[in-house]
Design a binder for this molecule. Structure first.
Ligand code: 9W4
Length: 425
């Protein structure tokens, strides 16, 4: 591979000549992100972010590019880095760079380069930080504490990042207000159920091209991600079996028409297995020992330890790659087990993560949180803040409107009825 980087005093990307391909991808995403595009129009006119300097550390994808260009259209100056070396799309990074955005990101960078990129973005002395995983906020606090005095506030995209920041705030160590974008209903509910649900099935199909109809499809964990996978697999004609440890979740699975059984039983009847629990050792040696010949196993949970690959490796007599993200393990008795994406997140490694339509709402939350911080961040206390309920309803409302769907509104009489306690029931 060529390693001809494009580097100036305000950017470093793999190869800026890839910009036109990246722009095509961004155009495609824009057409599927109507909420952000509407917010872009509104806030470009108002210049809501004028005077703001935003440092961002977030996956450099076509969807993120739509967010970045929306922030800039609203008047902000931007400096960006990627938050995971494997998620950076070099073509998209090139397109942003060619459009005059300061960006430091390339696919496959190492840890040292990762922090170098973050440090470069902080040279602009940001007034706002935008994070996925909180690395930018940690960099400010640990390596550039002097910047914290002029930063008005920040946002955080992920569950893990929000957890860490809450711990930091509890210790009194967080030096500015941070909005937990992850906790917005229009973010996590749609990401997990509809984003992970569809993209996990997409990953399985890209890696295997199997027919799902008629297959026994085992979903480990009936949380939001698991229920999304179950819903979509059932929609394609699979017989869904769920495994759970939590009685209420298991009951929901049953009432949604799925079967529930322990993994020790499901292991023997499943054709396709997907783990979505966030826990380690969900599928281990004794499960592989009873699986059918040809069973397909993959993970869409938070960690890559849900499937015990060490056990599988130990039981296998041979292993070969069948196609991208699909490896065949042959066991001593001749049975074959197919492991997808090496047990990593199948929706990211074998597919493309959440569809743009889903990212539209997550990133609308990012955008509106930046606008809120610019407006009232100076009055917000240090610590982690939730997204207001009205913002969720506002975003869902715009999404519905762009889909041509209308909802009812209560009449004044109905509103009065809601709060009336004088006339009994
Ligand atoms: N992507 C990712 C991470 C690891 C990884 C080795 C080859 C998350 C959210 C969004 O984490 C992300 N490892 C890979 S590919 C890969 C991709 N390997 C491992 O074998 C492949 C990631 C948010 N998002 C969407 O979901 C859609 N647009 C977005 O911005 C993106 C990427």
């Amino acid at each position: 591979m060529s390693v001809a980087f494009t580097e100036t005093d305000k950017l470093k990307v793999r190869d800026i000549s890839q910009a036109s391909r990246g722009r095509t991808l961004i155009d495609w995403a824009e057409a599927r992100m109507p909420v952000l595009m509407q917010l872009r129009k509104e806030h470009a006119a108002k210049q809501s972010l004028k005077g703001m300097r935003i440092a961002g550390c977030l996956h450099v994808t076509k969807e993120t590019a739509v967010l970045v260009e929306t922030l800039r259209a609203a008047g902000a100056e931007i400096s960006w880095s990627g938050c995971n070396p494997l998620s950076t799309n070099d073509e998209v990074a090139a397109a942003l760079a060619a459009n005059g955005i300061s960006i430091y990101a390339w696919h496959g960078m190492n840890v040292e380069e990762f922090y170098w990129c973050i440090d470069r973005t902080l040279e602009m002395k940001p007034t706002l930080t935008l994070d996925d995983g909180a690395d930018l906020i940690f960099s400010v606090h640990n390596r550039h504490p002097e910047l914290a005095t002029t930063i008005i506030g920040g946002t955080e995209e992920t569950t893990t990042g929000v957890h860490r920041l809450r711990a930091m705030a509890a210790d009194g160590a967080l030096r500015y207000p941070v909005i937990a974008v992850n906790d917005a209903e229009t973010k996590w509910d749609f990401d997990n159920v509809f984003g992970t649900g569809q993209s996990s099935i997409d990953g399985i199909l890209r890696a295997t091209s199997v027919l799902l109809a008629g297959k026994n499809f085992v979903v480990a964990g009936y949380g939001h991600c698991g229920s999304g996978c179950a819903l979509r697999a059932a929609g394609m004609g699979a017989n869904v079996i769920c495994t759970e440890i939590k009685p209420t979740a298991a009951l929901k699975a049953i009432l949604n028409g799925h079967r529930v059984m322990p993994m020790d039983e499901a292991a023997a009847v499943g054709d396709v297995f997907i783990t979505a629990t966030g826990m380690k050792d969900v599928i281990v040696g004794r499960h592989f020992a009873v699986m059918k010949d040809g069973a397909i196993v993959c993970n869409t949970g938070h960690y890559d330890c849900e499937i015990n690959i060490t056990d599988l490796e130990a039981m296998a007599t041979s292993k070969r790659e069948i196609r991208a993200n699909c490896e065949e393990y042959t066991l001593a008795d001749g049975r074959r087990i197919f492991l997808l994406a090496q047990g990593r997140l199948v929706n990211l490694a074998a597919a493309e993560g959440h569809p743009s339509e889903v990212m539209d709402m997550s990133f609308a939350n990012q955008f509106l949180s930046m606008v809120r911080l610019a407006r009232e961040g100076r009055n917000l206390a240090k610590g982690v803040h939730d997204i207001p309920e009205e913002q969720d309803q506002h975003i869902a409302g715009i999404k519905l409107q762009t889909m041509g769907t209308c909802v009812d509104a209560l009449t004044p009489e109905q509103v009065a009825y809601l709060t009336d306690y004088s006339s009994g029931t």
